[in-house]
Design a protein around this ligand. Structure first.
Ligand code: ZN
Length: 150
């Protein structure tokens, strides 16, 4: 179990150090800002949606390792998925990080989200992990007001 924990830790640190899709999409058709005052995490999510599918997604901002790694993995995993699938993924992810299960294994391609399982032991970190997802959902609906976890 501790080997697995170390592996998860390594994946999170890698995504924090080299965040994927960390850029601005100049001609994005959706965007939203998110803020977690508890930790100081701030990010902007950019989206290009074609039909019902996420054609491209990116983010930028600054935050702790958990929020940055979560945003990075999220962009990797949701690219190419339908809006409906993304909503379902977030539900499972939310269950996972709040220690209520979460069936990431049943969501092909999203198994990696399990690396955030340990977050459920640190309630204060749950908001760091879920901020990018809340912001993504806000981007779908073009929320003008920044999303705040408080
Ligand atoms: Zn944080």
């Amino acid at each position: 179990m501790s080997d697995l924990r170390e592996l998860y830790q390594e994946i999170i640190l890698d995504h924090n150090k080299n965040p994927r899709n960390f850029r601005v999409i100049e001609d994005s058709d959706h965007m939203a800002e998110g803020f977690n005052p508890l930790c100081g995490d701030r990010l902007t999510v950019y989206l290009s949606v074609k039909g019902d599918f996420v054609e491209d997604i990116s983010f930028e901002g600054s935050g702790c390792a958990i929020s940055t790694a979560s945003a990075s993995l999220m962009t990797e995993i949701v690219k190419g998925r339908s809006v409906e699938e993304v909503r379902a993924l977030f539900e499972e992810f939310h269950k996972l990080v709040t220690g209520r299960g979460g069936q990431t294994r049943s969501l092909p391609g999203a198994e990696k989200l399990v690396v955030f399982h340990g977050v459920s032991e640190y309630p204060v970190r749950v908001k760091c992990a879920t901020l990018p997802w809340h912001t993504l959902l806000a981007a779908f609906s073009d929320k003008e007001e920044p999303v705040s976890t408080e």
